[in-house]
Design a protein around this ligand. Structure first.
Ligand SMILES: *[C@@H]1O[C@H](CO)[C@@H](O)[C@H](O)[C@H]1NC(C)=O
Ligand SMILES: *[C@@H]1O[C@H](CO)[C@@H](O)[C@H](O)[C@H]1NC(C)=O
Length: 252
């Protein structure tokens, strides 16, 4: 009985919100480890918490090798997710951050990119909208050689977030991007977030418009409501904290 009630309340809360996926260590930090949204239909959000560069991260020092015995995890200031969109569909995507004092002073405004071969045209977004980049500012694998990119430079004050209260998470969030735009052909769209911060930050990327559970019930890999709430409410004490000054930052 308790299990049934627990499941029911889980269902009710998921039925009215994005299905949450948690990445508390920014593990989707390259195109090869991009988070793959299962479809472009159901509304799902990837909740990311970034990390500080590891102790021996070679800040652009190609000749640097970490002392033997240390295992440096690959680290990057990017996070990647992707969704497969059919040519007759719209890409619905959102970007925002939890409204936490630790991320507000100074306000956290990263750069967001869409990368792919079938992107919507910049004009579809209206105002404010992204800039078209002829070449994506990333190294892309050969099969994406035809890709272009759109850049949302959120540091620009034309971008004003809309603040909203999310009752399921009992948290307030700032929504910077929220668009539904037609793509130009069938293909994968990559959503890339680049942070310029020297502190730990949180943000969400969401796709899909249909709120509720897909047929087949609660999908594998989704976060519990308690985990999503803790994320949105800034329970992780790392959030907002400045990274230790090391390496190249030491010289700035
Ligand atoms: C780059 O790394 C090498 C080997 O660890 C080190 O000797 C050198 O001082 C570093 N250069 C800079 C500019 O940090
Ligand atoms: C995003 O846009 C949709 C459609 O305009 C709207 O219903 C929704 O409330 C918006 N979400 C946020 C977080 O502003």
């Amino acid at each position: 009985m308790i299990r049934v009630i627990a499941f029911l309340s889980l269902f009710l809360s998921y039925a009215t919100a994005h299905l949450p996926y948690l990445d508390s260590q920014n593990s989707h930090n390259s195109i090869h480890t991009a988070f793959s949204f299962p479809d472009n239909v159901y509304s799902r959000a990837l909740l990311t918490t970034t990390t500080c560069p590891p102790r021996f991260y070679p800040h652009g020092n190609k000749t640097h090798t970490p002392p033997s015995g240390t295992h440096t995890k690959p680290w990057s200031k990017y996070s990647w997710s992707k969704v497969d969109v059919r040519g007759d569909e719209c890409l619905h995507f959102e970007f925002g951050v939890p409204h936490l004092p630790a991320l507000e002073y100074p306000s956290f405004r990263p750069t967001v990119y869409l990368v792919g071969e079938c992107l919507p045209s910049a004009a579809e977004f209206g105002y404010p909208g992204p800039q078209t980049l002829e070449y994506p500012p990333f190294d892309l694998p050969y099969n994406l050689r035809g890709a272009s990119a759109l850049r949302f430079h959120l540091a620009d004050p034309i971008w004003q977030p809309s603040k909203f209260y999310e009752p399921n998470l009992d948290a307030t969030l700032l929504s910077y991007l929220n668009y539904s735009v037609p793509v130009t052909c069938s293909g994968e769209v990559y959503i890339v977030v680049e942070t310029h911060e020297k502190r730990v930050v949180e943000y969400y990327v969401a796709v899909g418009e249909v709120e509720g559970l897909p047929a087949g019930g609660v999908p594998a890999g989704i976060a519990t409501l308690a985990e999503a709430q803790a994320w949105a409410q800034g329970a992780d004490k790392r959030v907002g904290r400045y990274c230790p000054r090391r390496g190249i930052w030491e010289r700035e």
